[in-house]
Design a protein around this ligand. Sequence first.
Ligand SMILES: CC(C)(COP(=O)(O)OP(=O)(O)OC[C@H]1O[C@@H](n2cnc3c(N)ncnc32)[C@H](O)[C@@H]1OP(=O)(O)O)[C@@H](O)C(=O)NCCC(=O)NCCS
Length: 431
Amino acid sequence: MTAPEETIISVDPDSQRSLRERGLEYRIADMAVDADAEGFLRADARGFLDEDPTDAELAQMRETMRTRRNIGVYDPEGGAWPIATVNSWVTPLSLPGGEIDMWAISSVTVAGTHRRRGIARSLLEGELRAAARAGVPIAGLTASEATIYGRYGFGPAVPVMRFTVDTARAGWGGSETSEGRLVYADKQSLADDLERLHEASRTLRSGQVPGWRGRWQRMAGLAEGDKEAAAVRGVRFIGADGAVQGAMAYTLAEVPGGFRSEMRIRSIITVSDEALRAIWRFVVQHDLVTSARVDLRPIDDPLPWLVADQRAVTAEVHDHGWLRVLDIEAALAARSYSAPLDIVLRVDDPLGFAAGDWRIVIDDSGRARVAATSDSPDVTLGVVELSTIYAGGVPATQLAAAGRIHGDSDAVSALSRAFLTTPSAFLGIWY
Ligand SMILES: CC(C)(COP(=O)(O)OP(=O)(O)OC[C@H]1O[C@@H](n2cnc3c(N)ncnc32)[C@H](O)[C@@H]1OP(=O)(O)O)[C@@H](O)C(=O)NCCC(=O)NCCS
């Protein structure tokens, strides 16, 4: 965390006031205090329609939440658990040519008894003000529904791919040889591999954020309460140099009636193309497996080019990483760009953070200078659209074609070329 601790932990006074006027208390839920921790975690699980956690699950979840700024909304007449929850932490977001501090937001829940009274709005706007006050230039989240967060200025900036593979039909079309080898990994080694490989690979693509210990344990079948834990298997790819270059966690679920199984892939993380090819080959050629499913793959994953029959691979692109620019000057200066640019952007932001007319000059070195200007705009867009194109994962020209970015078409094309990035932006985890 680079922001001062006191600004991180204080709650937003405006949201505190507006919720107090409705008889609700908005305060930090302290994970060091048993009652606070238990109430927050049970309310969080209820909000996401999960079963009530066991004591062992609570203990494991509490470890993760200790590193976050957890806020509960308490109704004096609504029981001991908060009726709404949110948490946040400052984490690096990888970008082309660098990283930026991002205010990650999670655990957004409002109890079914208190829905649609503006409580989520108070939570979200409170988070954005707290982030801006702490000097964090951008906020991010992953969303349960795609219709919730646009109203607060978030855009679906990092699309990902979901694959369903008819393995019986696909056939391997890639190379038959590899310098390295695949070996099975026990659950603890698998958790360690996934954690290390994610950390090693996350700066290779724009849009990634670090994971945390509890997440890798969950992927590897080590989390309390994981009903499929016993079914989790892992493989790792060891390169010719002896280093682990990739790992996959998966389960096999029997398809009724045929002694055949579906492979459900929890995670594939690789740091080399060779490792990814070897893991895909293991999936496509696995005996007694008729289909494989995996979500959260990069939209430029090579899988369709590794099989003999591309029609055996169903690829669905969907929204995943949502970003919200707060400080446009700091955000645009934090990344590098693919082409030079000299343009005036008019940004509309109903919450005010990024609003204004901004001249953006990108020189041959690929870095941007951004300053407020009184010159007339070449391109006009909302903060949702700015946030959507920010990480280089969505072309500005696509949003212009949808009528969501306006302006001179040469200027929009230049904006698009400058912002897009290769390899494609990617976010490999939910948070
Ligand atoms: C999503 C959730 C947090 C909304 O809480 P809420 O307090 O009812 O929301 P608010 O009353 O503050 O509504 C704010 C706005 O969001 C809209 N909204 C609320 N829930 C929505 C949903 N699920 N889908 C789309 N829009 C939604 C409201 O209509 C309102 O719109 P407006 O600004 O045009 O008036 C709540 O329904 C919930 O806890 N859902 C289950 C857990 C979940 O999915 N959390 C999100 C995790 S990413």
